[in-house]
Design a binder for this molecule. Structure first.
Ligand code: FSO
Ligand code: SF4
Length: 549
């Protein structure tokens, strides 16, 4: 096997024997086969779109399938076999429509004519196809690096697009580009510059995807407002919802209303507490339980109710809690309860609800503890005057956006130490699951502004960008001249998409860690560091001094 799409890739240069995430070589091969089949579907979708044929079903399918291949989403090989079958069926049906509508016969390339043999091992077929793709690295390691960057970036963008469409927010140009980028992977004639431009275009389209998702969230649930979130569980039956999917969280809230069950968020669902209409309509959305994804095996084991995982990051579950664990949507793990979607793409959560009712729930009160959530763009830009005054009066020296993913590597202590060392006249904005290393620290205030503000999930990078652009406008300066430094941590492919968005926007001096992506070749990194001054993190002291210098 060969996979290097995430930060924990083995020895920093690719998982070859077994995935460090728990992915088996067999599963990896079928995921590779699916990506190959999606590359074959893409030219058919592009042609169909040109002929005015609706491709909505194929576009949404493509986004969901790419999402499923991301790190820590789906470990169930059977589900991938089904995705492959559906992909081929959708492609052939669409080809038939194209044939009917096209005035001239269309000649498809080999990738669009490919048919896996479902009577034979898909694993071997996937392995063969993957070998062909990997051999491209021998031809030009930098182009191969950029091809992987594009592939991983569109996986991230596809996951945000998938969430946005669930909330009724779609834009044809996003779907169009995702298909074009998949098709680009079939081409051998693109130059290095073409690939660089395509990678930046992934960033541009991902910005639009995050904007759509932001619109989906804020139109449906209102703009987040600063909200205290209890960290101490309350007595009684409990259900835990993990992942990123706020629409599915709402569906769970609806289905648990009046059942005497308290709903807790886990991981990247913490920011859900900031949405006023969720809080208002569902008083049993109470608090947050646990920290970042890599701690879930310990945290899930102790949770006294059912646990529903709506997206990544799912870890291979421990047998002590597999009975109370449920997955939905693109998420899966062989042998673990999967609740399929029903009407309106919403599952019937009864099995999980019953599981929670059958379990003891929390039996003891615990001393109160809380964190604040909900410092999204409106909340921060509403107090822009105070921010500007603070800066002008020298009370606020600098802003740090310390955001991104968490992970298990000890080097990630850098981020905790960095935040602890940020001087008292500076403000820390944070987002995504990396914040769990410091989210409950009491950093105090500068005037009435908290020194630690949680902007939201990883996709709320859109909100953080709007904050930066809003401040740049208010100060009448370029965003790169703001007293703002970005200290980012990455783990999986959404973070790749977000990084490409920041580069597309021309944001410079980003510090990235805990290690640089293995799929970025030395030459490509040189190019990015020359053009954007992208750099690897060093030590908190050194980086702080450089940012404040
Ligand atoms: Fe984290 Fe996982 Fe949100 Fe990622 S829970 S690591 S970047 O999936 O998406 O921040
Ligand atoms: Fe390895 Fe990450 Fe790929 Fe899993 S997703 S196989 S850990 S590179």
């Amino acid at each position: 096997m060969f996979c290097e799409q995430c930060e924990q890739t083995a020895s920093g240069n690719g998982c070859h024997q077994w995935g460090a995430c728990g992915k088996s070589p067999q599963l990896n091969a079928v995921q590779d086969l699916l990506v190959y089949c999606l590359r074959g579907l893409a030219p058919v979708v592009i042609k169909a779109r040109q002929l005015g044929i609706s491709t909505h079903d194929e576009d949404v399918f493509t986004c969901e399938s790419l999402f499923a291949t991301m790190t820590n989403v789906n470990f169930d090989r059977k589900r991938f076999t089904k995705y492959v079958r559906d992909c081929i069926e959708k492609r052939d049906n669409l080809k038939a429509k194209v044939k009917e509508a096209s005035p001239e016969p269309v000649k498809w390339t080999r990738v669009s004519g490919y048919h896996p043999d479902f009577n034979e091992s898909l694993v071997e077929q996937g392995q063969d196809l993957a070998l062909g793709f990997i051999s491209e690295s021998a031809r030009d390691v930098d182009i191969f690096s950029l091809k992987l960057t594009v592939l991983y970036g569109i996986k991230g963008a596809a996951s945000y697009t998938f969430h946005a469409q669930e909330l009724g927010q779609e834009d044809e140009q996003v779907y169009e580009f995702i298909q074009e980028a998949l098709d680009a992977l079939n081409h051998q004639d693109f130059t290095l510059d073409d690939w660089v431009n395509l990678a930046l275009k992934v960033g541009e389209i991902n910005l639009r995807a995050m904007e759509l998702l932001d619109a989906g969230h804020t139109n449906t649930y209102g703009h987040p407002t600063p909200t205290p979130v209890p960290l101490n569980p309350r007595k009684g039956k409990a259900i835990l919802v993990s992942g990123h999917d706020i629409r599915q969280l709402e569906a769970i809230l609806k289905q648990t209303a009046d059942k005497g069950i308290t709903v807790y968020t886990h991981g990247e669902l913490l920011p859900a507490h900031g949405y006023p209409l969720l809080k208002q309509n569902y008083p049993h959305l109470y608090g947050h339980y646990g920290t970042a994804w890599q701690n879930q095996t310990k945290e899930f084991a102790k949770f006294p109710g059912a646990i529903i995982v709506t997206t990544n990051c799912l870890m291979p579950p421990h047998e002590t809690y597999d009975e109370k664990l449920f997955t939905i949507g693109p998420v899966g793990f062989a042998g673990i309860n999967y609740i399929p979607a029903e009407e309106g793409n919403i599952p019937n959560f009864s099995p999980a609800i019953q599981q929670s009712l059958d379990m003891p729930g929390f039996v003891e009160e615990q001393p109160p503890r809380q964190v604040m959530a909900g410092f999204a763009r409106n909340a921060v830009l509403n107090v822009a005057d105070q921010v500007i005054d603070g800066v002008k009066q020298g009370k606020i020296r600098h802003f740090f956006l310390v955001g991104g993913c968490d992970g298990a590597k000890p080097e990630r202590n850098y981020y905790t130490e960095f935040v602890e060392k940020v001087p008292e006249d500076c403000i820390v904005l944070t987002l995504a699951c990396g914040k769990f290393r410091f989210f409950d620290q009491q950093l105090g205030e500068i005037g009435s502004l908290p020194r630690l503000m949680d902007v939201g999930q990883c996709n709320d990078a859109y909100s953080a960008i709007q904050i930066a652009l809003g401040l740049a406008k208010a100060f009448d300066m370029d965003v790169n001249q703001l007293p703002l430094s970005m200290i980012l941590s990455w783990y999986e492919q959404k973070a790749v998409a977000v990084l490409l968005t920041l580069l597309y926007l021309g944001i410079k001096d980003i510090r990235l860690g805990p290690t640089l992506p293995a799929f970025i070749s030395p030459n490509v990194f040189k190019l990015l560091s020359e053009k954007y001054q992208l750099k690897a993190i060093t030590t908190p002291d050194e980086d702080l001094a450089a940012c404040l210098g």
